[in-house]
Design a protein around this ligand. Structure first.
Ligand SMILES: Cc1cc2nc3c(=O)[nH]c(=O)nc-3n(C[C@H](O)[C@H](O)[C@H](O)COP(=O)(O)OP(=O)(O)OC[C@H]3O[C@@H](n4cnc5c(N)ncnc54)[C@H](O)[C@@H]3O)c2cc1C
Ligand code: FES
Length: 365
């Protein structure tokens, strides 16, 4: 009997303790309504405390670049706090320099809104909009790359600079219960304002790319936010060296088309690196551009061609191909887009040729 009483008393105590923990959690995490003051009062938002600064801003249609969707792996969601909001978290440290930490820069996806905040963000972020679109066309470009064309429904037009990206919102599917947001560079030309095109490579096990490749059909509605990014044409450079691999072709296509359309007085060499013939795409498109434009040279190269590929073009690592075709850096700028490994290797080669840091621009995928 006394054992039964003890067991019942202990379980009652456990229930009370659990209830207290829930109550304490609710009380401690109930931060009430907090005010976010942006750029000295240019905008002032009232948000329910407890969420990340990134999602709190997004819920009021203030969009900060967040290519990784808040996973603390891109380091793009930087904002400056006018007043401190506690110590920098270990997840933020890899992305912040000492000067940034001293001047109050934080990652908006890692910072929870627990009280009123005063922040500064670049003015251009106020131009970022969320777009409702209809998938107009899907084309299979290679075994793992698809091109998507989105007709803009609301707003119906977008202003962006060639080389910039947008952030696509996925939707839950199969066992994936979360909706994520991921960055994709626009591959179409900015003069086309009512539609954009994206080139998306399927990442095995990737949430957004599996959604786009396997769960999106022509006619579906998709939303994205944008435009974001600084991978656009910068001042200077009579000759532009573009180097891309995989889906890194996307922003380069937009840049090349924009430059040719505007008739800018620049020579362009576009190096595209792939392993096998089946990884190449847009070959006829760029060969056609080359034929029609004296200033444009297209150099696709394969690093793992086999006889089956019947390839008589450039062979070798893209870095070696670039080194063969670019003898010096005089009057040149380089724009690189692809995997971090490819970009690092290209920067090494370009530095040896004589390119300074100020003449090399890149977007890592
Ligand atoms: C500025 C910018 C522009 C970009 N432009 C393009 C573009 O034009 N085209 C393009 O194709 N891509 C582009 N990207 C890349 C793109 O944003 C995505 O990172 C990419 O498509 C993968 O997204 P995902 O959601 O499919 O993969 P994620 O779900 O983010 O997964 C990425 C990888 O992590 C693995 N992973 C996921 N979750 C876990 C887990 N819990 N444990 C272990 N591993 C895990 C996955 O298997 C996968 O290998 C761009 C990126 C940036 C930063
Ligand atoms: S959104 Fe990528 S680090 Fe914050």
């Amino acid at each position: 009997m006394s054992v039964l009483v003890t067991v019942l008393s202990l379980s009652a105590l456990a229930t009370v303790l659990a209830a207290l923990v829930v109550l304490a959690d609710y009380k401690l995490n109930n931060y009430g309504v907090c005010t976010i003051n942006i750029n000295d009062g240019t905008k002032s938002l009232e948000v329910n405390g407890g969420s990340s600064l990134l999602s709190s801003l997004a819920s009021h249609k203030v969009f900060i670049p967040s290519a990784c969707g808040g996973k603390a792996t891109c380091g793009l969601c930087k904002v400056t706090l006018v007043e401190s909001a506690g110590p920098v978290l270990p997840t933020e440290e890899p992305y912040l320099s000492d000067e940034e930490m001293e001047s109050g820069v934080r990652l908006a996806c890692q910072l929870k809104v627990k009280h009123d905040l005063k922040i500064m963000i670049p003015e251009e972020f106020f131009n970022v909009r969320q777009y409702r679109t209809k998938v107009e066309e899907i084309k299979q470009l290679t075994h793992d790359i698809k091109q998507f064309r989105f007709k803009l429904l609301e707003p119906q037009a977008i202003d962006f600079r060639a080389g910039q990206y947008v952030q696509i919102d996925s939707k839950p599917y199969d066992k994936i219960t979360e909706a994520v947001s991921r960055a994709y560079s626009v591959s179409s030309v900015p003069s086309e304002k009512n539609a954009i095109e994206l080139i998306i490579r399927l990442v095995p096990g990737g949430i957004c790319t599996t959604f786009m490749h396997n769960h999106v059909s022509e006619g579906d509605e998709i939303t994205f936010a944008g435009p974001f990014g600084q991978f656009y044409l910068h001042e200077g450079g009579d000759e532009l060296i573009f180097i891309a691999g995989g889906s890194g072709l996307a922003p380069i296509r937009s840049l090349v088309l924009d430059i040719l359309e505007k008739n800018l007085d620049k020579k362009i060499k576009f190096f595209f690196g792939a392993v096998r013939r089946r990884d190449l795409y847009y070959v006829d498109f760029f060969r056609d551009l080359e034929e029609k434009n004296d200033n444009f040279t297209y150099i696709p190269a394969l690093s793992g061609a086999t006889p089956e590929d019947k390839w008589d073009g450039e062979e070798g690592l893209i870095t070696d191909v670039v080194a063969r075709h670019v003898p010096d850096s005089v009057g040149k700028q380089a724009y690189l887009c692809g995997s971090p490994g490819m970009i690092n290797a290209c920067i090494n080669v370009l530095s040896k040729i004589g390119f300074g840091k100020e003449a090399i621009f890149y977007d890592e995928f």
